[in-house]
Design a protein around this ligand. Sequence first.
Ligand code: NAD
Length: 507
Amino acid sequence: MRVMAEKSKRTVYTEAMEIYHRAAELIGLDPRVRLELEEPDYEHIFYVTVKLRERLVPIPKDDQGKYKDLPESRVTEGLDPLADGRFIIRGKALLNGDVSARDGVIRLPGGLYQLRRAEVKRFKAYRVQHNQARGPYKGGTRYHKDVSLDLFKSLAAEMTWKTAIADIPFGGAKGGIKIDPRHYSKEELERITLRYMYRLKDLVGPTRDIPAPDVGTTPEVMGWMMRQYTDGERERHNLRGVVTGKDVRIGGSEGRVKATGQGLAYCIEEWFADRDDTVKGKSFVLQGFGNVGSNAAEILCAMGGKLLAVNDADGTIFNPAGIDPVKLVTYVYENPGNIKKSVLGFPEAQEVSKKDFWEIPADFAVPAALGGEITGEIAERLKVKMVAEGANGPTTPEADRVLQSRKIDMIPDIIGNAGGVTVSYYEWLQNLRMEHWTEAEVNARLERAIKTNYRIIRDIAQNKPRRTTTHDSRRFCVGRETDPRSAAMVLALKRIEAHYQLEGFSQ
Ligand code: NAD
């Protein structure tokens, strides 16, 4: 009975692994390999403690009466606003301002605030190392409030599939911290990151496990991680490849920032090419305007695509005449007043509800935010011909079934967003060789890699084994047609299985 109960327990991880089991059945994956891949090699959970800065916290309405007569303070510098309505207060604020305080309360133009002492805080942190049959563990670092072991397990497994599909010599991993980074100052995030890497140091390394950015982390965060790992090491320059996604000035690769969006755009271009068509004049809706979404939008619009609507964590904007992604990037990222870094309030579009967003008719949809966003119910309402997954796991298994029954085609995440890790590999190679490639060189390699593997997946899906001048799918087709997501997984599993078959198992 216990076994039955355990079997029926559905989690993010078991859902994510459904496709794995389907493809494993399809190719008759060796039972021992199947067990090896079914659970991660290692699951690390640990804690990071850090001392925060003093904060100004808005005081509750009920307590405001007794400060009616408190004069407004004049503070022109030294206050850093946070997305939760609080401020970090630095010494400059008191030195150069004209501040009146009572019981630690001050009045600012936005209201009354109480000064809070610097707190010490503990954050839960993770690193899941899923598999290393094909090479060192590899995967992003996520700073987000809704993370869990289960989620990191699915994301780490997804990296194992993705590195195999991209045919790069890495395995899969993922990690991060349960935190909303927008509620902390840059200096606090640096301290938190340093402590995270301090704890990780024994587990990672350029030939062991190589973290990269993901939701809520940036090239700057990667720079801090690299510094913490290499600090004091005698051969520290040889260790630059411990993280990828670094700033190009400190060993990052040209083209890495755009790589995931670029890879997705190559897949979309190939999808249209298969239909003797191009992206020019095709409309799309986009969820998520972060690294992946904003870069994909810029590249697709430069190819002639038309961006109709964008949904992010704070709302949705829509313009049937098209949204200019370059202007939107300026509005979101180069506007100091836009603390939440949201598309909301963009003057050249109207606000619509998230419900309406998913019903906007367009040629294709690009989910590039979080997982599980396209549910079965949303899949019923979508008015597009194709979904190109930029995010990891944006479509639930139920939604997958609905999309298939509605004949809405799919570019699955494991090839759709593989551009990021592919250029991470190029970055790692450049670090090892102490080289610096041009963006054109990076993109030429990326285009070849993505399109070659995309074509193999298409051939598996259509059961058309062939060898052309660009690719060879004969080894991978399974003797019958299948959906694109299963086809991508078949490619991953066949490439991983070869390592176990040809190298055997250490006992
Ligand atoms: P990011 O932090 O730069 O941006 C995330 C975006 O998603 C933001 O615009 C945010 O507002 C939006 N968002 C968050 N919660 C939302 C919600 N509930 N509803 C709607 N929008 C929401 O992150 P990113 O690096 O662009 O990553 C986006 C996705 O792509 C993630 O699933 C990530 O795992 C995946 N991915 C990223 C990379 C990469 O190189 N950055 C590579 C592969 C996959």
